[in-house]
Design a protein around this ligand. Structure first.
Ligand code: DC
Length: 209
C-alpha cells in the first residue's frame, strides 16, 4: 500500500492506547508515533529552565531519545506545557507529516482524531476507569523500580485527566466519528482484537491502492 492510511488513537493516560498503537503498527507494518513523547520532551526541557514554546520549536531527535521522559514528574510537566497554544502549534507540522508517511501511520495522543488528523481513516478513543488506569501505571512504575504509592498515582492520573480534558486548546475528547474502546475489563489481547476489528472494517470500506 503506497497511499497513506492514518489511524488516530486518543485517550487518557494509561488507558492502553500506547500498547494498542504499537501492536497495531507492528501488525500492519505501519509507522508509530507516540505524540505524548513530544510533550514529555518539552516538559522535561521546561523543568530544566527552557521556555516551553522555545523548547517545542527546537526539539531534536536526541530530546526525544532521553531515557528520563517516562516518570510521573515529566508526565505532569508535559500536561502543563500541553495547555500552551504556542507549544501545540509548534508540534503540529511534524505530527501531520508523520501521519501522511507512505505505508501507513498510527499516532496516539489526545487530539489526533480531533485536531491533528481529522481526516484519519480510523479513529479510536481508548479509555478505562481512573482506578484501573492508576493501578496499571502503578504496576508499570513499581516494576521499573520507582517508589510510588497507588494513592499518589491515582491523584496524578486524575489531575492530568482534569487538565487535559478542560484546557482551551485541543482538549482531550473523542472525535465525533471515533469508536470507543473501554479497556477496563479487557486483557491486552482482547483490547487489541477490538481495535483490529474496527480497523479491518474500515480497511474494507476504504479503497486501498
Ligand atoms: O500520552 P502521555 O501520557 O505520554 O502524554 C503526556 C501529556 O502530554 C498528556 O498528559 C497531555 C499531553 N499530550 C497532549 O496534550 N496531546 C497529545 N497529542 C499527546 C500528549
Amino acid at each position: 500500500m503506497s497511499e497513506s492510511f492514518t489511524i488516530a488513537v486518543d485517550g487518557p493516560a494509561a488507558a492502553g492506547k500506547g500498547t494498542i498503537s504499537k501492536a497495531v503498527a507492528a501488525h500492519y507494518g505501519f509507522g508509530h508515533l507516540d505524540t505524548g513523547l513530544l510533550y514529555r520532551a518539552v516538559g522535561a526541557k521546561m523543568m530544566e529552565g527552557t521556555a516551553a514554546a522555545e523548547a517545542a520549536r527546537n526539539l531534536t531527535p536526541e530530546d526525544l531519545a532521553r531515557d528520563d521522559l517516562r516518570g510521573p514528574e515529566v508526565a505532569q510537566a508535559a500536561s502543563k506545557v500541553a495547555v500552551i497554544a504556542e507549544v501545540r502549534a509548534a508540534l503540529v507540522d511534524f505530527q501531520r507529516a508523520f501521519a501522511r508517511r507512505a505505508g501507513g501511520a498510527v499516532l496516539d495522543g489526545r487530539d489526533i482524531g480531533t485536531v491533528i488528523c481529522p481526516y484519519a481513516q480510523v479513529k479510536l478513543f481508548v479509555t478505562a476507569s481512573a482506578e484501573v488506569r492508576a493501578r496499571r501505571r502503578f504496576l508499570e512504575l513499581t516494576s521499573a523500580g520507582k517508589v510510588v504509592s497507588l494513592e499518589d498515582v491515582l491523584a496524578d492520573v486524575k489531575a492530568r485527566d482534569e487538565r487535559d480534558m478542560n484546557r482551551a486548546e485541543a482538549p482531550l475528547k473523542p472525535a465525533a466519528d471515533a469508536v470507543l474502546i473501554d479497556t477496563s475489563e479487557l486483557s491486552i489481547d482482547e483490547a487489541l482484537a477490538a481495535a483490529l476489528t474496527v480497523i479491518e472494517a474500515r480497511r474494507q470500506a476504504v479503497p486501498q491502492s
